[in-house]
Design a protein around this ligand. Sequence first.
Ligand SMILES: [Fe+2]
Length: 199
Amino acid sequence: MHCHLLWGVDDGAHTLQDSRDIISLLKARGFHGAYCTPHIISRYPSNTPSSLKARFRELLDSLPDRDFDLRLSAEYMLDENFERMITEEEPLSHDGTHLLVELPQFRLPNAWMDMLQLVLDRGFIPVLAHPERYGKIMPPEELAALSTRGIRFQGNIGSLFGLYGKTCQAVARQFRKENLYLWWGTDAHNASMLKKLRL
Ligand SMILES: [Fe+2]
């Protein structure tokens, strides 16, 4: 539900070969497909739904076989451009219903709740990427309370195994125990990160 295997658009796969390596590893671990969720964030201003669709088409056309179900969505950062990014063009969402969004890890942006409300008002269900990683901006209880306001969660598989540290691991395990996660994802940016995951 969340990975950065689409090459050349963010801090994930750099080259087509990188994309292929990630796909091979996922297949070897029994995955039948993946959502490509490149960052749509001020840091990568050229990433728009139309530019990402073009690169995605290029990726599909360059794969020798179609035995891996690749789909395109995105991971939207709740930043100063977010409102524009989801109104100028039809946003990239998983299945037309769920919109994957993320928060920065060190500073809660102004009006972040208004941005989540905007997602709801536009008829999408916001799915907050890796909430277990936001310990520096919000206490876990406040994060957990978002689930009562129509916001769903996507956990990173690596969090469960301590890839992002002990605090994050404890929160992920707690949230999982409380059944707060709608989705899990690798959030894989490259093959070496994927190799570290116990899948
Ligand atoms: Fe991500």
